[in-house]
Each structure stands twice: as structure tokens, then as C-alpha cells.
Design a protein around this ligand. Structure first.
Ligand code: NAD
Ligand code: DAU
Length: 332
């Protein structure tokens, strides 16, 4: 049994992590620390609230953070500003939460000698050419493109420095693009699903040839548990599920699954600095820890995700109008 402090546990991946843990590893005790920003939602934890302790507060605030770190065995650190488009409009919250927030966590785990698992992203490696036969590995040099990915790259570097200079016990994982229930409607897949459900036209950035390597959120979280339980201290593990598809393919699948014509989308202004392709080689995780993804058919996982959004309009409706108003302002 471990006492796990989950930062960002009311967000998309963090809330799914809490649910996954309660369903599969109920011996663990969970405390969630979440600032409930626009992306955090208590409703993401509906039905499991009586199984966890929920604390509303920021990881930047030492007075809130320190007692929670002192009382836990391991911190699983999801809390972040997570959306690239937002980081292009206003980078400051990304610097504050992703860099200063991670710094505060590092100081606290160092002070109380606790274990840290830091959740990061494949975007720290920049992008690959569309015709590059290679994939990212743990040895790929960092080369982030956006304020978001640069702030995550910086947070990874802080974690590594605290391990080398102060001997903290840590692991890092860098995962590819997640999909599944409870993902905010600002993100690509839920935005397009809810556009169709709301009678609006899906929006494709630029030519739509950019490739993302999709993984179901439950596979991300089972990998995080494998690393927390058996990963070697000081190591980084890439997480992926062989899910490479370009955005045009994904938008067409969504339209067809919802009974529309595959071409019923609109092309809008491209993202500035738009990364071309992400692709993950997860052989270290597979070979060292025996982990493998469970959702190997993207189409099945996507269909389940579409069904979830169709059945949970009350969850996504309140976010939808404000999100689309933001996109209208930026011409997207
Ligand atoms: P999200 O935006 O859905 O959730 C982030 C959560 O963090 C929200 O609940 C928010 O309220 C909380 N938060 C933000 N600032 C905070 C602060 N200062 N203090 C406490 N809580 C705060 O993000 P997500 O998609 O669930 O991503 C979670 C983590 O996984 C992030 O670290 C992200 O970089 C990483 N990641 C995401 C993906 C993906 O595809 N979504 C892939 C790889 C890695
Ligand atoms: O790779 C991991 C990263 O994946 C995580 O670190 C980020 O937190 C997460 O948001 C995600 O980043 P992306 O920028 O890849 O995800 P997003 O959902 O914003 O966009 C996916 C792709 O779809 C990207 O190429 C941009 C494109 N897109 C996005 C939106 C919102 C569109 O074509 N239309 C859209 O409306």
C-alpha cells in the first residue's frame, strides 16, 4: 500500500489515473492536489470522491504543498498547463505552473525524502520529419518548439538536476498524445467530436498532415503504475502505443463514425511553429518492465471515446462555448 499524492488529479489524465488506481489497485490511498484552473473539474472525479482526499490549491503554494508531500510516500506529478495553443497566446501560466510549480515539488520531495514520478511529454524532443523512419527514444536530444513544450523540457531538466545534485528519488515518463474520456474540449479529438455533436463543423489546422502518436489514457496510466512500482530511480521511460496517424485521417474517422461525410470539415489557420510528427519507441519500457498497451486498435478506442462524449453532453456543454469563443478570436 502506498499513499500517493496526485497533483493535477482533477484534469484529464490525472482524473483517469485516480479512477484507474481505484479500480485496479484499491490498496493505495490517494490525495489529489489541484488548483481547479479552467482545465480542472471536480466533475471528473464524480463517483470516486468518497475514495480520495481532495485538496484545492496550487503546487506553487508551499504552504499547501509541503504538508501534503510530508504525509505521502510518492508524488505522481501531473499538474501542468497543458495546451499548446494557449501557450502561444499567453505563456506566463506555463512558466509559473510547469517550471516554478515543479521547482516547489522538487524542494518538498527533497526536504521530506519522498519519491517523485514526473509526468512529461514527447514534445520535449521537438518533431520528426514526415518521411523520417526513426522514432523518439530516451536518447533523443531535447529540442522543444512551443512555450508549452519548452516549459515541460525545463521541468524535466530541473528534475534531473535535483536527482544529480541532491540525490532525490525520481523517475520521469514522456508520453505521446492521449485520448479518452474527460479530455477538455479544447484538445483536437474532443473538439471535433463535440463540434459534430453540437452541429458545428470540425476544424483542421493547415493541411492536416501533422502526425500524432495516439495512446489511450488508460494505457498511459497503466504504464505510469509500472514505472512507479518497478522503474529504476533516476531513469526516464518513453510511453507510447504505436498509434501514428495524421490529423486528416483522425478527423475523417470521427466524421464517418458519427455518420457524416469524411470531407465535412473546414481547414483553418495553422498553429504557429506546428510540430510535424511525433513517434515513440517504447522498447525500454516494454523490455525492462514488461509493459504493453491494452488498446491496440485506435478505431475501437476512438469509438468508445465518441460514445462517452455522446453520453456526457452535460459534462462538455459548459466548456464548449467559451472554448470556441477563444478559438474564434485566434481564427481557428
Ligand atoms: P489538463 O490540462 O487536462 O489537466 C491539468 C490539471 O492540472 C488540471 O486539473 C488543472 O486544474 C491542474 N493544474 C494546473 N495548474 C495547477 C497548479 N498550479 N496547481 C495545481 N494544479 C494545477 O492536462 P492533461 O492533458 O491531463 O495533462 C496532465 C499531464 O500530462 C501534464 O503534465 C501534461 O504535460 C502531461 N501530458 C499530457 C499528454 C496529453 O496528451 N494530454 C501527453 C503527455 C503528457
Ligand atoms: O504529444 C503529447 C502532447 O499532446 C501533450 O504534451 C499535450 O499536453 C497535449 O495537448 C497534446 O499536444 P498536441 O498539441 O499534439 O495536441 P492537440 O490536441 O492540441 O492537437 C493535436 C493535433 O491536432 C495537432 O497537430 C494540432 C491539431 N489540431 C488541433 C486542434 C485543437 C487541429 O488540426 N484542429 C484543432 O482544432
Amino acid at each position: 500500500m502506498a499513499r500517493i499524492l496526485v497533483t493535477g488529479g482533477a484534469g484529464f489524465i490525472g482524473a483517469n489515473f485516480v479512477r484507474y488506481t481505484i479500480d485496479n489497485l484499491p490498496q493505495h490511498e490517494i490525495t489529489v492536489l489541484d488548483a481547479l484552473t479552467y482545465a480542472g473539474n471536480r466533475a471528473n472525479l464524480e463517483g470516486v470522491e468518497d475514495r480520495i482526499r481532495f485538496v484545492e490549491g496550487s503546487i506553487v503554494d508551499e504552504a499547501v504543498l509541503e504538508p501534503l508531500v510530508r504525509e505521502c510516500d510518492v508524488v505522481v506529478h501531473f499538474a501542468a498547463e497543458s495546451h499548446n495553443d494557449n501557450s502561444l497566446e499567453d505563456p506566463f501560466p506555463f512558466i509559473e505552473t510547469n517550471l516554478i510549480g515543479t521547482f516547489r515539488i522538487l524542494q518538498a520531495v527533497r526536504k521530506f525524502d519522498k519519491r517523485l514520478h514526473h509526468i512529461s511529454t514527447d514534445e520535449v524532443y521537438g518533431d520528426l520529419a514526415l518521411d523520417d523512419p526513426g522514432k523518439f527514444t530516451e536518447a533523443t536530444p531535447y529540442n522543444p518548439s512551443s512555450p508549452y513544450s519548452a516549459s515541460k523540457a525545463g521541468s524535466d531538466m530541473l528534475v534531473r538536476a535535483w536527482a544529480r545534485s541532491f540525490g532525490i528519488h525520481m523517475t520521469i515518463s514522456n508520453c505521446s498524445n492521449n485520448y479518452g474520456p474527460y479530455q477538455h474540449v479544447e484538445k483536437f479529438i474532443p473538439r471535433q467530436i463535440t463540434n459534430v455533436l453540437a452541429g458545428a463543423t470540425p476544424k483542421l489546422y493547415g493541411e492536416g498532415l501533422n502526425v500524432r502518436d495516439w495512446i489511450h489514457v488508460d494505457d498511459h496510466n497503466s504504464a505510469v503504475h509500472a514505472i512507479v512500482e518497478n522503474g529504476r530511480s533516476g531513469e526516464t521511460y518513453l510511453i507510447g502505443a504505436d498509434g501514428e496517424l495524421n490529423n486528416r485521417q483522425v478527423i475523417e474517422m470521427i466524421l464517418e463514425m458519427l455518420g457524416k461525410n469524411a470531407g465535412d470539415y473546414e481547414r483553418v489557420r495553422d498553429r504557429a511553429g506546428h510540430d510535424l510528427r511525433y513517434a515513440i519507441d517504447y522498447s525500454k519500457l516494454r523490455d525492462e518492465l514488461g509493459w504493453k498497451p491494452r488498446f491496440t486498435g485506435f478505431a475501437d478506442g476512438l469509438r468508445q471515446t465518441i460514445d462517452w462524449y455522446a453520453a456526457h453532453e452535460g459534462w462538455w456543454r459548459p466548456q464548449k462555448e467559451a472554448t470556441e469563443a477563444k478559438y474564434r478570436k485566434s481564427g481557428q
